[in-house]
Design a protein around this ligand. Structure first.
Ligand SMILES: [Zn+2]
Ligand SMILES: [Zn+2]
Ligand SMILES: [Zn+2]
Length: 139
């Protein structure tokens, strides 16, 4: 995504586009799979880890990113493609390969939404499938 578009996305979520926030958002929006804090740290060697973490926490609060737990112990972050408001409709399942430890995005697949008992309100959901990816299984 181009920088001025990212800036617009941040402003739309009431996030002041500081240099660090733009850098982090840029890496997230350009990634083909969700990134963990330590991966972002590697991609942004000039930015202190605590600043990256603060940017991610803010993005999460303002629903600019989706948080994904892949079971590896790391939370991964993914830029939300929905310009307006984040909803269950723009979430997709993820696949964690137990062999190469990569997390894949299945963007074309809809997340099954379960019916909740009355009085419960859905805010987010995590759909994580684990197994062996096509690349590893063909080896
Ligand atoms: Zn979203
Ligand atoms: Zn694999
Ligand atoms: Zn994804």
């Amino acid at each position: 995504m181009e920088n001025h578009n990212i800036e617009k996305r941040l402003l739309a979520k009431n996030i002041r586009p500081t240099a660090v926030r733009l850098l982090v958002a840029n890496k997230l929006s350009g990634a083909s799979s969700p990134l963990s804090l330590s991966e972002l740290e590697e991609l942004l060697p000039t930015v202190p880890k605590s600043s990256i973490f603060r940017a991610l926490s803010l993005f999460n609060e303002q629903h600019l990113v989706h948080c994904i737990e892949d079971g590896s112990g790391w939370t991964r972050y993914e830029f939300c493609d929905n310009e307006h408001h984040c909803s269950v409709d723009d979430m997709h399942p993820h696949f964690y390969c137990l062999r190469c430890r990569r997390t894949y995005c299945f963007k074309e697949t809809k997340v099954p939404v379960i019916a909740l008992p009355e009085g419960f309100e859905l805010h987010s959901l995590n759909y994580m499938v684990k197994g062996i990816c096509s690349e590893c299984s063909s080896r």
